[in-house]
Design a protein around this ligand. Structure first.
Ligand code: FPP
Length: 247
């Protein structure tokens, strides 16, 4: 299916380089249907697969999905374990597809928080796909923006202590090198589903000039058509990065 199949026609020359998504509303979607929350997560993985494929087809080079936040550790153990199982299952089953499509998988976040088997699977997927060039699929896992900034600060402080970094050299460019996203461009577009109007500790440093798109649709119901709508909305924006273009 191409973007022409939908009413909105995208301008291929104005596509974002990096789309980041807060996939919210799985639990509410399930509750509305009288189902346990985990059904929402299962359907959420299906939505993620569709959106990853559409991103690939459109030729958008980077997609970051917020799959598990630092705050998500506060959820019931059974829900957390289900999410881990879904993630592991996804990584195992999609590896072949990633290789076929030349998708490079990367994880950002405190991966060491996860059970060993999941950590191994994440690292294995990163390793096997590391030479792939067509698209980067980034999953934010046990990720928190403030933790990421503090972590980078500590690494730099340690380097200053050891005499490896001169405090005078610390600038945005150097700081970025110690973020999980060091190898990724900043997101051009953030999409959040389910009607919540906040960024919930996601990519705090990186989203300084990101365009935001919020939709009331819960993640399991988000589809290619809604994605095109978000991208179309992005293409109508004038990005000024703090500058002015007219007097
Ligand atoms: C938000 O819904 C979703 C999550 C907390 C993460 C769900 C994770 C997955 C579906 C796994 C992702 C896996 C892949 C492969 C991308 P919510 O539970 O916060 O919904 P609610 O706000 O309605 O409770």
């Amino acid at each position: 299916m191409s973007s022409q199949d939908f009413d909105l026609i995208l301008d291929p020359s104005k596509l974002p380089e990096h789309v980041a998504i807060i996939m919210d509303g799985n639990g509410r979607w399930a509750k509305k249907k009288g189902l346990p929350r985990i059904y929402g997560h299962k359907k959420g993985v299906e939505t993620a697969k569709k959106i990853i494929l559409k991103t690939y087809e459109l030729g958008i080079p980077v997609l970051t999905l917020f799959a598990f936040s630092k705050e998500n550790w506060e959820r019931p153990k059974s829900e957390i374990e289900t999410i881990f199982e879904l993630l592991k299952f996804y990584l195992e089953n999609e590896l072949e597809n990633m290789q076929k499509k030349e998708i490079k998988f990367v994880a950002i976040g405190d991966i060491e928080d996860f059970p060993k088997d999941l950590q191994k699977r994440i690292k294995y997927t990163e390793d096997v796909t590391k030479e792939n060039k067509k698209m980067k699929l980034c999953l934010a896992l046990s990720y928190g923006g403030r933790t990421e900034i503090i972590r980078a600060t500590k690494i730099i402080a340690d380097k200053v202590k050891k005499g490896e970094v001169d405090p005078e050299e610390i600038n945005e460019k150097l700081f970025r090198k110690f973020l999980y996203t060091a190898d990724l461009p900043d997101p051009d577009l953030l999409i959040r589903t389910s009607g919540e109007l906040r960024i919930s500790n996601f990519l705090l440093f990186q989203m300084a000039y990101t365009e935001f798109y919020f939709t009331p649709i819960c993640w399991p119901d988000f589809d290619e058509k809604e994605y095109i709508k978000a991208l179309y909305s992005y293409q109508q924006r004038e990005r000024r990065f703090g500058r002015i273009y007219e007097f």
